[in-house]
Design a protein around this ligand. Structure first.
Ligand SMILES: NC(=O)C1=CN([C@@H]2O[C@H](COP(=O)(O)OP(=O)(O)OC[C@H]3O[C@@H](n4cnc5c(N)ncnc54)[C@H](OP(=O)(O)O)[C@@H]3O)[C@@H](O)[C@H]2O)[C@@H](O)CC1
Ligand SMILES: Nc1ncnc2c1ncn2[C@@H]1O[C@H](COP(=O)(O)OP(=O)(O)O)[C@@H](O)[C@H]1O
Length: 551
C-alpha cells in the first residue's frame, strides 16, 4: 500500500526539523536520493554503463525544489557527469548553487523568464551575473542531453508552469513527439506545475520517465492526471517519515488486493459468503445483465439472485446457469447486498426495482441506470455509505447537475473539470450524497462520505495499473459484478477487511470493498499481458487473478 500525503502534511512533518536547523540535511538527503536515480538512468544511456561522458541538464526553479536539483547536480558532478543548470526563476537556492559551481557545474539563466512571469522582477544579484540562454539555445541543450532533471517547481507551486519555461517545455514536448530517443526525464518531488494535492496537471508539463519524491508519496503520484505524467515513482526516506500523520489517499497495490480479498473458510455456506441480488438489463439491453452476473459468478459470489424479465432471465441462465433468476421484487428476496442499474433504461418494471433497491436499507452498488435515481433520492436525504455509486466522469457530471438542481451544491462541474481533478470531485460527490463514490477512469478513485457532524473522516483510495484496453463497452458491467460480490461478503462480515487498516472499518469498509473490486478488475485486465480484454474474457480472468497464491 502506498500512503500518499498532501504537501501541507509533509511540510508539517518537516517543520520541527527545519526549526531545529536540519533543513540543509533534509535537502541533501533528498538530493542524494534524486542523484542516485539519475545515475541509474544515465548509466542506461551510456553503452558502457559509465557515468563519465554523460550529460545532464537541470531545470532549476527559485525555491527548495530547485535547491534539491542543484544539490543533486553537485552529486552527479562528483560522479563525473557533465552538468548544466538552467535557472528559470529570479533567484536560486544559494547553497545548492555554490555546491554545484564548486564542483565545476555550469550555470546559465533562461532569458526572458523573469519578465514573462513578473515584468517588474529583476534577477537577484546572486544570479544576475550568469550567462543567459534564449529558449532556442536552452532547447538544444535539453534535446542533446542524456538526462533532464525537472526541478522547477515542487510542492510550493501555485498553478502550472508560466512564462518562458512553459514555452520551453512546450517546445521540448513537440520535439519529444518526433524523437522517441530523446533524453530521460526525471522529476524532482513532483512534475513541475502538477498540483501535489489534487494531481491536476495544467499544460504544459514535462512528462517524466521517473519521479523521485521525498519522505512520502504525494497525492499527485497516485491519482489522475498527475500519476499519468509521473512515470516510475521512488520514495526517498529523509527522516520525517515517523512524523507524518494521516495520509490523504491510500493506493492499494496488487499484493494488498490479493491479500485482503475475502476468501471462504471451511465453515462458510453460500449464505454466509454473501448473497448478491442483481437488478440489471432489460429486453433492449440484456448484455449488461449477462456480463454483470457472469462477473459475479467468476468473482466467487456465494449466490446470485437475478431479478428481471423473462427474455433477459433466459439469456442470463444460458451464460451462467449458477444464477437464480426470478421476476420477484427486491422486497420479496433476502440478499446481503444489491447490484442495480447496468443496462436499465426505458423500462418501467426494472426501473421500479432499481428504485426499490435505492430505498432499501441493504448495501448496494448503484451503476449506470441507477445513478440518476440515486442522485434524485438525495433530495430526500443522504444515501448512506453502504450505497456505492459507480459513475464515470460523464455520469458524475449528471449527478452533480441533479445535486445543483436540489440546491445541495452551487457548483456542478462538467466532465472536463471532473477529469482534471477526479480526486477532488469524487470526494465532493461522496460528501454531498452521503454515499461511497467510485469514480472510474484510468486511475479509479474511491471516496467515502465522512461526516463533519459526527467527526468521521473521509477515506480516499486509488487503484491504478488498469490496462487502457479496459476502455471498452461492457467493462463497467463486469466491474459492477465484481464489486457486488465483495460488497455482499462485507455486508455479512463487517470486519472482513480490517487488516487493511483501521480506516477499513465502519463506513470506510464500503470504500475498502469497492477498492478491492476495482483492484481485481484492474489486475484481471492484465493477467494475460497487454491486449484486448472483452468483458467476457475479463470476467474469466478474475478467476485466474483470485487463484494466484495468497501473499
Ligand atoms: N522543506 C524541506 O525541508 C524540504 C523540501 N524539499 C523540497 O522543497 C520543495 C518545496 O520547496 P518550496 O516550498 O520552496 O517550493 P517550490 O516548489 O520549490 O517552489 C516555490 C517557488 O516557486 C515560485 N512559484 C510558485 N508557483 C509558481 C509558478 N506557477 N510559476 C513560477 N514560479 C512559481 C514561488 O515564488 P512566488 O510565486 O511565491 O514568488 C517560490 O519561489 C519540495 O517540493 C521538495 O522538492 C526537499 O528538499 C526536502 C526537504
Ligand atoms: N484509459 C483507461 N485505462 C484504464 N482503465 C480504464 C480506462 N478507461 C476506462 N477504464 C475502466 O474501464 C471501465 C469502463 O466502465 P464504463 O465506462 O462504465 O463502461 P460500460 O458502461 O461500457 O460498461 C471502468 O472500470 C474504467 O475505470
Amino acid at each position: 500500500m502506498i500512503d500518499a500525503y498532501t504537501g501541507a502534511s509533509v511540510r508539517a512533518a518537516e517543520q520541527p526539523l527545519l526549526d531545529a536547523g536540519y533543513g540543509d540535511i533534509l535537502m541533501r538527503r533528498a538530493a542524494l536520493g534524486l542523484s542516485r536515480v539519475c545515475e541509474t538512468h544515465l548509466r542506461r544511456a551510456n553503452r558502457k554503463g559509465l557515468l563519465s561522458g554523460t550529460t545532464a541538464i537541470i531545470l532549476v526553479g527559485s525555491g527548495n525544489n530547485g535547491g534539491d536539483g542543484l544539490w543533486a547536480g553537485s552529486f552527479l558532478r562528483r560522479a563525473g557527469v557533465m552538468v548544466t543548470a538552467i535557472l528559470t526563476g529570479s533567484k536560486a537556492h544559494p547553497q545548492g548553487l555554490k555546491a554545484l559551481r564548486a564542483l565545476g557545474g555550469s550555470v546559465v539563466r533562461l532569458e526572458g523568464q523573469d519578465e514573462a512571469s513578473d515584468p517588474n522582477a529583476e534577477p537577484d544579484a546572486s544570479i544576475a551575473g550568469f550567462h543567459t540562454v534564449d529558449r532556442g539555445q536552452a532547447l538544444s541543450k535539453l534535446t542533446s542531453a542524456h538526462l533532464v532533471v525537472d526541478a522547477v517547481l515542487g510542492t510550493g507551486a501555485s498553478g502550472g508552469l508560466r512564462g518562458e519555461v512553459a514555452a520551453l517545455v512546450q517546445d521540448f514536448n513537440a520535439f519529444q513527439r518526433t524523437s522517441p530517443t530523446g533524453p530521460r526525464i526525471v522529476a524532482c518531488d513532483v512534475v513541475s506545475g502538477v498540483d501535489a494535492d489534487t494531481g491536476e496537471a495544467p499544460e504544459p508539463v514535462l512528462k517524466a520517465h521517473a519521479t523521485v519524491t521525498f519522505g512520502a508519496a504525494k497525492v499527485a503520484h497516485v491519482v489522475a492526471p498527475g500519476e499519468q505524467v509521473s512515470g516510475q515513482l521512488t520514495v526517498i526516506p529523509i527522516g520525517i517519515e515517523e512524523r507524518l500523520e494521516d495520509p490523504s489517499v491510500f493506493r492499494l497495490e496488487a499484493r494488498d488486493i490479493l491479500k485482503a480479498w475475502p476468501r471462504p473458510t471451511p465453515t462458510d455456506t453460500k449464505y454466509t459468503r454473501g448473497v448478491l441480488g442483481v437488478v440489471a438489463g432489460t429486453p433492449s439491453y440484456p448484455g449488461a445483465a449477462i456480463m454483470s452476473t457472469n462477473a459475479a459468478v467468476n468473482s466467487g459470489a456465494g449466490m446470485i439472485r437475478f431479478l428481471g424479465d423473462a427474455t433477459t432471465r433466459g439469456m442470463v441462465l444460458a451464460q451462467s446457469p449458477e444464477v437464480v433468476c426470478s421476476d420477484d421484487q427486491p422486497w420479496d428476496v433476502h440478499v446481503q447486498a444489491w447490484l442495480a442499474g447496468p443496462g436499465v433504461a426505458d423500462d418501467e418494471s426494472q426501473s421500479a426495482r432499481v428504485q426499490a433497491v435505492i430505498e432499501s436499507p441493504e448495501p448496494a452498488v448503484l451503476d449506470a441506470g441507477a445513478l440518476t435515481p440515486a442522485a434524485q433520492a438525495v433530495a430526500d436525504g443522504r444515501l448512506g455509505a453502504q450505497k456505492i455509486l459507480t459513475p464515470h466522469a460523464g455520469e458524475l457530471e449528471q449527478v452533480f447537475e441533479w445535486l445543483k438542481g436540489f440546491g445541495v451544491t452551487d457548483d456542478a462541474p462538467d466532465r472536463d473539470r471532473i477529469e482534471a481533478a477526479p480526486v477532488h470531485w469524487a470526494r465532493e460527490a461522496a460528501r454531498l450524497t452521503g454515499a461511497t463514490v467510485l469514480l472510474k477512469g484510468a486511475t479509479t478513485i474511491i471516496a467515502s462520505p465522512g461526516s463533519d457532524e459526527d467527526g468521521v473522516e473521509q477515506v480516499c483510495l486509488s487503484i491504478g495499473q488498469a490496462s487502457p484496453w479496459l476502455a471498452t463497452a461492457g467493462s463497467g458491467d463486469t466491474l459492477a459484478g465484481i464489486l457486488g460480490t465483495v460488497v455482499a461478503h462485507v455486508a455479512e462480515h463487517p470486519d472482513a477487511l480490517r487488516n487493511l487498516g483501521a480506516w477499513a472499518r465502519e463506513d470506510g469498509r464500503w470504500a475498502a470493498a469497492a477498492a478491492l473490486g476495482a483492484g481485481v478488475h484492474a489486475l484481471a485486465s492484465r493477467v494475460d499481458g497487454e491486449g484486448p480484454v472483452p468483458p467476457t474474457v475479463l470476467a474469466a480472468n478474475v478467476r485466474k487473478v483470485l487463484r494466484t497464491t495468497r501473499q
